[in-house]
Design a binder for this molecule. Structure first.
Ligand code: 5GP
Ligand code: ZN
Length: 110
């Protein structure tokens, strides 16, 4: 989608340090990390938010969590604190559905 910062990252029009890429997904570190490990898992398909998800996105959402699982291993978080967070509404700043993998010295686990 035009003028979407994450679509631009996916199309490599904006640089990012992509740590994982598949046909359907990219993952890259958050530019302003909130934890020791802060990776954004982003479906390549432009879906705005949780409220734009449909049943047809089921496989894609499975791939999100498989990607999270792989990154948990890659970043040695298995025996550390980690969580996967999705912001929405006024808590969401980039209107392209994405999942925050936060790990390490987290102050609070919700
Ligand atoms: P949201 O608040 O939408 O859930 O989170 C958006 C996240 O994207 C924020 O944590 C912000 O730091 C990150 N972000 C925004 N622009 C960029 C960018 O151009 N590159 C990277 N790597 N992260 C970004
Ligand atoms: Zn987008």
């Amino acid at each position: 989608m035009e003028n979407c910062i994450f679509c631009k990252i996916i199309k490599k029009e904006i640089p990012s340090n992509i740590v994982y890429e598949s046909d359907s997904m990219v993952a890259f570190p958050d530019i302003n990390p909130s934890a020791e490990t802060h990776i954004l898992i982003v479906p390549k398909q432009h879906i705005g938010s949780i409220q734009d998800i449909s049943k047809e996105n089921g496989q894609l959402l499975a791939e999100v969590y498989l990607t999270a699982s792989k990154l948990v291993s890659d970043y040695n978080l298995t025996n550390n604190f980690y969580k996967v967070v999705v912001n929405g509404g006024k808590a969401q700043h980039v209107p392209h559905l994405h999942f925050h993998l936060l790990g390490g010295n987290l102050k609070r686990m919700v």
